[in-house]
Design a protein around this ligand. Sequence first.
Ligand code: FE2
Ligand code: FE2
Length: 210
Amino acid sequence: MLPQSQNVKDFIKSLLDTSPPQDFTKEAAEKLLKILNTNESKEEKMMDNNKTQDNLMAAFSGESEANRKYLAYSKKAEQDGKTNAAKLFKAASDAETIHALKHFEVANKVGTTTDNLLDAVAGETHEYKEMYPEFIETAEAEGNTAAIMSFTYAMQAEEVHARLYKEALENMDDTKEIFYYLCPVCGNIETSRPGKCIFCGVPGENFIKY
Ligand SMILES: [Fe+2]
Ligand SMILES: [Fe+2]
């Protein structure tokens, strides 16, 4: 509740306690108080809802991160020959995906496919135009060669992703099936199997077909 609305309430109550001015009846004062109280509880409820909305998105981020982290841990456990730990990490990583998707859905973040494609274009464009160039500059200043490479691969791939999303948006009603080929090293996506990846040089036969 805003401090001002408490002042208004106190004022109206004081009118009820004393004799209200002629053109301001007791009934009018009571009605006003009732409206104020109803509006307040509505505002409070809305604030609670906003907090839950924020919590849903915070939980979505956390679960999404846990999903990728457990997948990385699973790979490591597999390399180490720790099969049970690898399996547990993989199962838990899938569980976190279930949680993340549910939170995202409940937060009402899944729009129409047109909305979602527009959102994807915006996200990928921000990443390749603003986010990664800045990250690369910092990594260069700090001399972190591995990070420069990781960011550069992602930046190049995001530009391709943005273009593909745009094309999908423009050709949404096309019924001709398109196949996508994913580079397993840099995340580049092609619409036909290339001889080798234009960004990282991985042979085309290693690309994953979708
Ligand atoms: Fe991307
Ligand atoms: Fe690649």
